[in-house]
Design a protein around this ligand. Structure first.
Ligand code: HPA
Ligand code: ZN
Length: 346
């Protein structure tokens, strides 16, 4: 047994800590090397000559500057095997980071608009999820995201296309360009999704104002807020997630890469924990933002001076916030307790 006495031990404790990842866009896990391999396999031409020049373009100034490159990268995905390979690569990295449960966002409109069938996307992702369970012991679920820069009508059409696959994904989310596309644009689509028994989450308060968080809660009736880092600008918005235990899926490295905060020392994750918000740490688009889940934990904890107790709280929050049965949640929390016990953390 080891006790946590220095930064190296804290790092080892965090690295091996069982955790859930709840905010990962699977298309954002597409590494440049895989983008080029798939482009070659599928005969797709890219506007970059090689991996290095693509990676060099990852200097973002805001969300939109990232999204333009992210959608270009996703254009190499055409066949079921491509979706499988992408998700399987993610699961292997997640496993190395102690992830035991993952809820993956996918953006079907990015693919169906290019003529790829909804079934192709879901078949490929689902087979990777099954493989992750069989070979790595990772439990996972899929969450279908609507692109908010597209119309309500397009979102309804997407939900309709996904109907034959109900039961293969657990919920709906809302992503893409936030400012100018408030949650209420999708109020009726969310009402229909909830009527179908789907869980509801939405990106809100990443770049957008606190009102968008209110909109996601009151109009879309979401159970989790993705990002939500702007909530601390409105004191009433802090009280509500605490009282109602509405989790925020925070993505620190993403927030820095997209210039939401000046640097990690200015991030409000530590403040969220002090306030009792059910905050979680996630990687968002790890291939683009400088690291997977443990990288997010290590860099953020070190910048904010967070210790083992905070790490444990973040992992417990990730299980509380996950869409699992009470029995499975309990089992996850017991695995976390066992890990803490091995590090002599009562
Ligand atoms: N924000 C909004 N939409 C997205 C993101 C994000 O960070 N990543 C992929 N789609
Ligand atoms: Zn996101």
């Amino acid at each position: 047994m080891t006790a946590i006495a220095d930064p190296a031990q804290l790092r080892a404790f965090v690295a091996g800590m069982p955790k859930a990842e709840l905010h990962i866009h699977i298309e954002g896990s597409l590494e440049p090397e895989l983008i080029f391999a798939l482009a070659q396999r599928n005969g797709v031409s890219l506007p970059y000559p090689d991996v290095e020049s693509l990676r060099a373009a990852y200097a973002f100034t805001n969300l939109q500057s990232f999204l333009d490159i992210y959608y270009a990268g996703a254009s190499v995905l055409l066949k079921e095997q491509d979706f499988h390979d992408m998700a399987w690569a993610y699961f292997q990295r997640a496993h190395a980071d102690g992830v035991i449960h993952a809820e993956l966002f996918f953006d079907p409109q990015t693919h169906t608009e290019r003529g790829v069938a909804m079934r192709t996307v879901i078949d490929g992702l689902e087979s990777a999820c099954r493989r992750a369970k069989a070979e790595l012991g990772i439990e996972s679920e899929l969450i279908l995201c609507f692109l908010r820069h597209l119309s309500e009508e397009a979102a309804f059409a997407t939900l309709e296309e996904a109907r034959p696959h109900l039961g293969r994904f657990i919920g709906v989310g809302l992503d893409s360009s936030e400012v100018g596309h408030p949650p209420e644009k999708f109020e009726r689509v969310y009402a229909e999704a909830r009527r179908l028994g789907l869980r509801a989450v939405a990106h809100a308060g990443e770049e957008g104002p606190p009102e968008y968080i209110w909109g996601a809660l009151d109009r879309l009736k979401v159970e989790r807020i993705d990002h939500g880092v702007q909530s601390l600008r409105d004191p009433r918005l802090v009280e509500r997630p605490v009282r109602e235990r509405i989790p925020l899926t925070v993505c620190p490295l993403s927030n820095i890469k997209l210039c939401v905060f000046r640097d990690l020392r200015a991030h409000n994750l530590g403040r969220m924990l002090e306030l009792g918000i059910v905050a979680t740490v996630n990687s968002d688009d790890p291939a683009y933002f400088g690291g997977y889940l443990n990288q997010n934990f290590h860099e953020t904890m070190s910048a904010l001076g967070l210790g083992a107790a905070a790490a444990r709280q973040l992992a417990a929050n990730s299980f509380e916030a996950s869409f699992v049965s009470p029995e499975r949640r309990q089992a996850y929390l017991e695995r976390l307790d066992a890990h803490c016990g091995r590090h002599r953390l009562a």
